[in-house]
Design a protein around this ligand. Structure first.
Ligand code: BEZ
Ligand code: FE
Length: 298
């Protein structure tokens, strides 16, 4: 293979991977090379621009560690995460829609009982969250596992404020609980607020160069799992937020927007006498049944 030209380079690379025994890998890499070359021709990429791209990706790698995932932020802000989410989570319209997972989920969050306060000291206006988990026929899904996580009133997740302190991680405004027999759940937390995604790195520079802001509308993350149902990864967004139509990661679905209702000081839904204003959020989730894969028996 010699004297490869601008016109023959794509075919030469494709031929070099045509013998790959892993069908899926060959399919993916063939398409990737075709699209990458087509893009390079389309924009007539210069050597200088190519080198800047290499430097950019190098910087994305350098800032990434176990607490900061700049590659996920890059995928999120380019709409790739949401595209992967939507094309892999097609379901009947009555089911709760999925949205991006985001980089702030933490394994091993504390387990709570219904009625507990999951804020664990995170600052914010008190918020009482209630809802039900059902199937498509409205039947309760009992003992479904709910993981919940959110930022504090300054827009920071516990992992962001505690990274680099050298101390053991303390879980704040995140936890796991289970639905009751009637599919209901309720817990206390804090009011969700809008926050900017981490933008002090290469992805932030990219957003600025493109004239984009880094903000996400206020939301509460949920991951719901129950035997016999597809895992649901989603958020509930706060109605009225100024960033609902310009989410930096393209995750908003109209069906996921709900009203956080403000109440003056007084009796909370659980009977607690609140001496400051508080909020309530009611939201129900509908799970999609797992598709059963037929296994052929010999
Ligand atoms: C989040 O909602 O936690 C999130 C999602 C994508 C990028 C950054 C944060
Ligand atoms: Fe979030």
């Amino acid at each position: 293979m010699r004297n490869i030209s601008e016109d023959t380079i794509t075919q030469a690379v494709l031929a070099s991977i045509s013998g790959c025994k892993d069908d899926r890998l060959r399919t993916i890499m063939t398409s990737l090379v075709q699209h990458l070359h087509a893009f390079t021709r389309d924009v007539k990429l210069t050597e200088d621009e190519w080198f800047k791209a290499i430097q950019f990706l190098t910087n994305v790698g350098h800032i990434t560690d176990d607490k900061r995932q700049e590659f996920i932020l890059l995928s999120d802000t380019l709409g790739l995460s949401m595209l992967v989410t939507t094309q892999n989570n097609k379901k009947p319209a009555t089911c709760t829609e999925s949205t991006v997972f985001g980089p702030f989920f933490v394994e091993g969050a504390p387990e709570y009982h219904n009625g507990d306060d999951i804020s664990n000291g995170a600052k914010g206006a008190p918020c009482f969250v209630r809802g039900r988990v059902t199937d498509m026929a409205g039947q309760p899904v009992a003992h479904a596992q709910l993981d919940v996580w959110q930022s504090d009133d300054e827009g920071f997740y516990d992992v962001q404020t505690q990274s680099g302190t050298g101390e053991a991680h303390e879980h704040r405004a995140r936890g796991r609980l289970r639905t009751l027999e009637d599919g209901s759940f309720h817990f206390r937390s804090i009011l969700a607020v809008a926050y900017p995604i981490p933008h002090d790195g290469p992805v932030g520079q990219m957003l600025e160069a493109l004239g984009r802001h880094p903000w996400r509308p206020a939301h509460l993350h949920f991951m719901i799992e129950a035997p016999g149902y597809e895992r649901l990864i989603t958020h509930v967004f706060r109605d009225g937020d100024q960033y609902l139509d310009s989410d930096a990661v393209f995750g908003v679905r109209s069906t996921l927007i709900a009203e956080w209702v403000r109440h003056d000081a007084g009796a909370a839904p659980d009977g607690t006498q609140m001496n400051t204003p508080f909020y309530t959020l009611d939201y129900d989730f509908v799970l999609n049944p797992e598709t059963v894969t037929e296994v052929a028996h010999a």
